[in-house]
Write a protein that binds this ligand. Structure first.
Ligand SMILES: Nc1ncnc2c1ncn2[C@@H]1O[C@H](COP(=O)(O)OP(=O)(O)OP(=O)(O)O)[C@@H](O)[C@H]1O
Ligand SMILES: [Mg+2]
Length: 1041
């Protein structure tokens, strides 16, 4: 952002500077030049000055300060910096807080006026087309916006603003330099009441360029109002005024040959003027336009020459008649006045005819006079409408929009007056600036260092001094009897002021200078440079002569405006009218008094090029203006002593971080703080002074070095602050989080506690209910025990579900509660059935056979033989052989028979119960007993001859295959192995005689060969053994299981 400069150079009010402002201004200095020329290091260099202006205006930064002076470069394009937004932005802020702006000056002036109860003025100067009038309009606009409002105020604001279009229509014209050039100087007071609301206004005007009414240079126009009236007035009005629309029909409008200008819309402007006239309250509008029209008609009046006497040409006589009608005067009288001149000498009136040239001069003089007086009247009227009307004013702000220094190719009386005016303003500027400077030094207790400057008092004196000045010499020459001419005036000048160092003429100059001058010229060495004036027309212009006859005619006229401007007294008065020069001098002196009594602010306008082009910066043209506006002098005066000053507080506050003793705060007085800081920063003796309230720094470079150090330090500080802030922020975050966590956990704990409480409560209730249910469990179902019973049932069923027997052999079943005994039985049965069904379903035919064998075994041995349980675990097999059956054995088996079961056994023979290893093979028909070693068939018992298959009830494995005695050549077959139950069952099945199986008690008899009987005793013992007892019995002892 572009920022305002912070320089608090001149006005005490600028002490209100804020620290941020300075910062931005100092840091912005490298980007778009300096925003205050005071900070320009090379302040004596015009080139550096212009370069800074150029740089800034190329960035469209048209405003730059020289301290409190605003330098404005005409952008020649609408800029978006005058919006309501900007008007608001600048309100009430410090002068230097914002980018340089005409609003900043306006606001500063307005606030100071209100706060300090002082009158102020803003002096706007600059070349034609440099933007003075625009600036004054922006200021007025700003003043009307920033002040308070009510209906009455609104009314006066409106009038103040609307006075502008009226004044511009009558006082502005298109010139080469400016399409809307003000052809008069204007000083406008805006009066404010105690609340700061505008309550009135007053305008003073200076030196209207009346010559423009009758003559314009090529490419220039007469005052706008003529063209506006012809373009914009309705047909009826024009008819009444007997005018035609075309401006080229009028001699006074066609001279410049550019009646129509593309940039100007006369028709629209006329409407604006009409509206403004209404606001400003003008009942005499008709009389006003009658005069405008009369001037146009007068311009068309031509004269013939008859023997040295002028007569009005016949074909233009009509114009005179129309003028007479419009001005309401007698036509004859007007005709005579235009062609004759009455001179009163020795109380005798003599009327002499005018020659043609004189008549033309008289006509033009009349036109100029009535237009000029109408303009003065207009200003008076506006003043009347802006009058306070009984309201009391407290303070005022004056706006001076006045011509700047002018140098043309040929400079005449007007330029002389204008440049004189600028000399006076420069004088005022120097006096006020130095005065303020000195006052501040004194107030601060600093030794006054004299400022070297050029005091232009000497030039002012040359122009205005009584009797010895140019104005008085001109007046004297005008009054002198005899035949004064412009050249005699020049001679008189040479005689009177010829020795003045700032004055030179052609004849006084040394040969070198003489070459640059004409013989009818004099040259003044103005503060802003040399200007050569041609004396031609000086006397006439100073006299501004209107012949008495014309004055009389006008004072007799009925036109309302003329009545008030041409007073009878003027005609009868013998007093010579004041000359233009002395009038101007006295009005200037009055103006100086007015300005001296106020706090001044300055706006210096510069035009960047002569072609009204945006973005064109003509260095030499600007250099010219910088010189003529005295800007370098201006800067020099301001920089003569100390470039820069600020209060102790502000200085310490800003730079305290640069010194350990002042950071973060200095404990002692701020004045000491400043001293400590300066010593630490190693300021040299002549670089600074410490005043009572301010520190003064002589060179910008000292300040910039400090500022640069501060900028560097700022980064460190910023990092530090950032770190601190981040730390703080994190800490805050942590605090917040911790609080949140505490809160959440507290809530959560509460919820958990509540839940636990609920749980316990329901638990306690459940337990109570359970106990009551338990106590009442014996009763029929009732509310007290219903839940308990349900619970018991459900839990039993669930228990059942989880503990269901998974094997048909598993006979366990959870013990049911009383209420569910029946159900449990049913369930158990169902479960068993289900398991059996599943078991059966998944059974293979082989397994089925095995199963059937097992079932048979069960029916034969269960609960009968001790070793039955053990046999259960072992599935039956088809073969239980130590080694495969020998082929010999197989060959012994009868054809067609198949071994269906075979096992290795020990056979106890009949003779001594010796145990012999044998193989028992069971076929579909017989049981074969082979010698295990040689495979011989030892015994064969057909199934059909089997009479018993006996085993003991104990856990031994003795099996006795019994056969009837007749077949017993070998007796019963007593065998043993580990699978007696399997063998017995297999044989029973294969033989189809399960009934043969017998489980005997403690002993049994068996047949032996030869019809003998043997006895087998079974007994339980420690070890298994089969032995022959002494009594000849076979003793079978088995371990009890
Ligand atoms: N701030 C501005 N922004 C835009 N255009 C501007 C600005 N100032 C001036 N101009 C342009 O420059 C023209 C001339 O400005 P202005 O009439 O204010 O000059 P002046 O200094 O009053 O000249 P004169 O002495 O002839 O009256 C304006 O009509 C406008 O087009
Ligand atoms: Mg102007």
């Amino acid at each position: 952002m572009d920022v305002g400069i912070f320089h608090n150079y001149e006005f005490p009010r600028s002490e209100r500077l804020s620290i941020q402002t300075m910062e931005s201004a100092l840091t912005a200095r490298d980007r778009v030049g300096v925003q205050d020329f005071v900070l320009l290091e090379n302040f004596t260099s015009e080139t550096a000055f212009i370069e800074n202006l150029r740089k800034r205006s190329s960035e469209r930064l048209i405003y730059t300060y020289i301290g409190s002076v605003l330098v404005s470069v005409n952008p020649y394009r609408p800029l978006n910096i005058y919006t309501a937004y900007h008007q608001e932005k600048y309100q009430g802020v410090n002068f230097y807080e914002m980018p340089p702006h005409v609003y900043a000056i306006s606001d500063n002036v307005y606030r100071s006026m209100r706060n300090e109860n002082k009158d102020h003025c803003i002096l706007i100067s600059g070349e034609s087309g440099s933007g003075k009038t625009e600036a004054s309009k922006y200021i007025l606009q700003y003043l009307s916006v920033c002040s308070s409002n009510n209906d009455k105020v609104e009314h006066i604001k409106n009038r103040l603003l609307q006075s502008n279009p009226v004044l511009e229509a009558f006082g502005n014209a298109k010139t080469h330099r400016n399409d809307n050039s003000s052809r008069f100087g204007k000083y406008m007071d805006v009066q404010f009441d105690y609340r700061g609301a505008p309550v009135g206004g007053h305008i003073l005007n200076y030196l209207l360029e009346k010559s423009r009414v009758v003559h314009q240079a090529q490419g220039e126009r007469n005052f706008h109002i003529f063209y506006q009236f012809l373009e914009g007035a309705d047909d009826e009005t024009l008819r009444r005024m007997q005018l035609k629309r075309n401006p080229n029909d009028y001699a006074y409008l066609s001279g410049g040959k550019c009646a129509r200008v593309p940039s100007i819309n006369d028709k629209k402007d006329f409407q604006t003027v009409k509206n403004a006239l209404k606001v400003v309250d003008f009942p005499e509008e008709d009389s006003l336009f009658s005069i405008v029209s009369s001037v146009l008609h007068l311009g068309n009046v031509c004269f013939d020459d008859s023997g040295g006497k002028a007569t009005i040409s016949n074909d233009t006589m009509s114009h005179v008649r129309i003028v007479a009608v419009l001005l309401d005067c007698k036509c004859d009288q007007l005709v005579t006045a235009l062609t004759h001149r009455t001179i009163e000498a020795n109380r005798e009136k003599m009327c002499s005819p005018l020659n043609r040239d004189q008549a033309m001069y008289a006509r033009d003089a009349l036109s100029k006079a009535i237009y000029g007086r109408m303009f003065d009247w207009l200003i008076n009227k506006i003043n009347g409408s802006l009058d306070l009307k009984g309201q009391s004013r407290r303070n005022l702000i004056g706006l001076l929009d006045i011509y700047g220094f002018e140098i043309f190719q040929r400079n005449s009386f007007e330029q002389f007056c204008i440049n004189f005016c600028n000399e006076k303003l420069q004088q005022l500027f120097i006096r006020l600036t130095l005065k303020q400077e000195q006052e501040e030094y004194e107030a601060e207790g600093i030794a006054w260092e004299p400022v070297e400057y050029f005091n232009n008092q000497i030039i002012c004196d040359l122009v205005e001094q009584r009797h010895k000045g140019i104005v008085d010499i001109l007046d004297e020459e005008c009054l002198r009897p005899g035949d004064p001419t412009d050249l005699t005036f020049l001679k008189k000048l040479e005689e009177t002021v010829g020795k003045h160092p700032h004055f030179v003429t052609h004849s006084l100059a040394d040969p070198k200078v003489r070459k640059t001058m004409q013989y009818d010229e004099f040259r003044l060495q103005h503060y802003a440079g040399e200007v050569t004036y041609s004396v031609e027309g000086f006397l006439d212009k100073n006299n501004d002569l209107l012949f008495r006859d014309l004055k009389e005619t006008m004072s007799d006229a009925g036109n309302a405006v003329l009545k008030e401007t041409f007073l009878k007294a003027e005609v009868t008065s013998l007093k010579r009218p004041e000359t233009v020069g002395s009038q101007f001098r006295s009005s200037l002196n009055k103006l100086m008094e007015i300005l001296m009594s106020k706090e001044p602010s300055y706006v210096r306008c510069i035009k960047p090029n002569d072609t009204k082009q945006a973005d064109k910066f003509d260095d030499s043209l600007v250099r010219h203006q910088v010189k003529y506006l005295g800007l370098m002098e201006n800067l020099r005066v301001r920089r003569a002593g100390f470039a820069y000053r600020r209060t102790h507080e502000i200085f310490v506050k800003r730079y305290k971080s640069l010194c350990p003793d002042t950071w973060p705060n200095y404990r002692g007085s701020t004045r000491e703080g400043v001293q400590v800081l300066c010593s630490y920063l190693d300021y040299k003796e002549d670089e600074y002074r410490i005043g009572k309230t301010k520190i003064f720094i002589r060179f910008p470079r000292t300040l910039f070095a400090t500022e640069d150090a501060f900028q560097a330090r700022k980064h460190e500080l910023a990092a530090m602050m950032q770190a601190t802030w981040r730390g703080y922020w994190q800490w805050k975050k942590y605090q917040r989080m911790r609080e949140a966590v505490t809160k959440i956990s507290a809530h959560w704990r509460r919820i958990l506690a509540q839940r636990l409480k609920e749980k316990r409560k329901t638990g306690a209730q459940a337990i109570r209910k359970f106990i009551i249910g338990f106590m009442n469990r014996g009763r029929a179902r009732c509310p007290e025990n219903a839940h308990f019973l349900d619970f018991v049932r459900i839990s039993y069923l669930q228990r059942c579900k989880n503990k269901l027997p998974t094997s048909v052999l598993d006979k366990s079943w959870p013990r049911p509660p009383a209420a569910l005994i029946e159900t449990a039985k049913l369930l158990e049965t169902m479960n068993m059935q289900n398991m059996v069904r599943k078991y059966v379903k998944q059974m293979t035919p082989e397994r089925k056979i095995v199963m059937e064998e097992k079932v048979l075994a069960s029916s034969l041995f269960k609960d009968k033989k001790e070793s039955y349980g053990e046999s259960l675990r072992r599935p039956f097999a088809e073969k239980r052989l130590n080694e495969p059956m020998k082929p010999k054995m197989m060959s012994m088996i009868e054809a067609g028979e198949k071994v269906m079961y075979a096992c290795s056994v020990l056979k106890y023979d009949r003779h001594g119960y010796h145990a012999r290893p044998r193989v028992l093979a069971v076929t579909s028909k017989s049981n074969y007993l082979f010698d295990a070693k040689d495979g011989k068939l030892k015994q064969k018992i057909a199934h059909e001859s089997l009479t018993g298959l006996s085993v003991s009830s104990l856990s031994d494995d003795l099996l006795v295959l019994q056969a009837p005695a007749e077949n017993k050549e070998k007796g019963d077959m007593i065998v043993t192995n580990d699978y007696s139950i399997e063998a017995a069952t297999k044989i029973a099945i294969i033989s189809g005689k399960p009934d043969l199986v017998k489980v005997v008690g403690r002993n049994m008899q068996h047949d032996m060969a030869g019809g003998k009987k043997g006895e087998i005793e079974f007994a339980a013992g420690q070890e298994n053994s089969i032995t022959k007892a002494k009594n000849g019995n076979l003793i079978v002892i088995s371990r009890s299981r």
